[in-house]
Design a protein around this ligand. Structure first.
Ligand code: KG4
Ligand code: ZN
Length: 349
């Protein structure tokens, strides 16, 4: 270990990205990612068994690529970190088995980390030390969560999450019914720029006074998805053309409005002055703009890592691993399970 922090290798396989990242403390040295997204495209969603097999094939080449980019030998690393949950069980298993083999072979400590906490820790690679507490909003194809993070290595408290579809899933489903390719988020984002975001008044899930009593910080996107489908069907039945840009812009506005409203409310309620947005949907241009404007009204700062660090990757796991080493947290046992039901608060498995 040098004065610049520990050299940590991180492995991520919770969904369809095989990620291997290498960091020294808070400095990113390599972030190699192999995605199987194209193999899932024709199914309109990630197929677990296909993802697991793709991880198995991509693991060794991705490891080699990361070490080469970082200019380090695997022997040099101080610790190995791996996502142990939550995620697809079979996919996690591939990463956890690879990380254990490396840790045993190299004689280095193993850190099993929580995927959501890693999405938070990654911001250090871009913006330096994490403000703590920070209110994290993680939005991707697999998650939509609001987390209160007091210590990214030990204290990650879920405040709310989706009760049905994830935000990215809603983008993907609506894109599909508008005839846009998978994954649909970037396409909706692009098409929406030409549309009118107030053209159609789509519902904002879980924002009525009654819903707020039980679900103040939770999300629901399946009603919105159904509302968009009904609206498009009615148009098609009447023989009129579907104004794709207006539908995309109005749908995107409904999602972003609810996400930002609840994230700001959570931060204000907890007296937290920083909001961090992560996950693939954080790349959405409207979400970033709306979050910055509304947070500023409350004196709250917004941090969003660059898109490559927001989507699933190995660097985020390495970043959290380095933080665990730096803060003197104990490593995991070598019989670490890959556990898709791992609770958010269990940062070290
Ligand atoms: O984090 P990620 O790469 O993978 C997981 O789902 O874990 O996130 C992918 C999701 C997809 O649903 C994709 O449609 C969405 O992020 N996404 C976006 C944008 N870019 C990616 N959604 C909205 N706007 C975007 N620009
Ligand atoms: Zn993720």
């Amino acid at each position: 270990m040098t004065s610049d922090g520990p050299l940590v290798l991180g492995i991520e396989t919770s969904c369809d990205e095989t990620g291997v990242g290498i960091v020294r403390g808070q400095t990113l040295l390599a972030d190699a990612v192999a995605s199987s997204v194209e193999e899932h495209a024709r199914f309109g969603g990630v197929v677990p068994e296909v993802a697991s097999r793709a991880h198995l094939e991509a693991m060794v080449p991705t490891l080699e690529r990361a070490a080469e980019t970082a200019g380090v030998r695997l022997d040099d690393v101080d610790a190995v970190a791996v996502t142990s949950g939550p995620g697809l069980a079979g996919a996690l298993l591939v990463g956890v088995a690879a990380a254990k083999a490396l840790a045993i072979g190299l004689g280095k400590p193993l850190y099993g980390v929580n995927h959501l906490a890693a999405h938070v820790a990654v911001d250090q690679l871009e913006h330096g030390p994490l403000p703590e507490p920070v209110l994290a909003m993680l939005v991707s194809g697999g998650h939509s969560s609001l987390l209160k993070v007091t210590d990214v290595t030990t204290g990650v408290d879920p405040m709310g999450s989706t009760i049905d579809d994830a935000a990215g899933e809603a983008f993907d489903k609506v894109a599909r019914l508008l005839g846009l390719p998978f994954p649909g988020g970037p396409h909706i984002d692009r098409v929406a720029r030409e549309g009118d975001s107030v053209a159609i008044d789509f519902p904002r899930g879980l924002t009525s006074r009654r819903d707020l009593e039980r679900h103040r910080f939770d999300f629901s996107f399946s009603g919105l998805k159904t509302a968009v489908a009904r609206w498009v069907e009615a148009r098609e039945r009447s023989g009129e053309p579907v104004p794709v840009a207006d539908v995309a812009a109005s749908f995107q506005e409904a999602v972003c409005d609810v996400l930002v409203r609840k994230a700001v409310d959570a931060a204000v309620t907890e007296g937290i002055e920083d909001i961090l947005i992560g996950g693939g949907v954080a790349a959405n241009s409207r979400l970033r703009a709306l979050a910055e404007t509304r947070a500023a009204d409350h004196g709250i700062r917004v941090r969003v890592p660059r898109p490559g660090l927001c989507t699933d990757n190995g660097a985020m796991v390495a970043a959290l691993g380095a933080e665990l080493v730096t803060r003197g947290r104990p490593p995991s046992r070598l019989d670490l399970p890959a556990d898709s039901s791992q609770p958010i608060t269990q940062v070290v498995a």
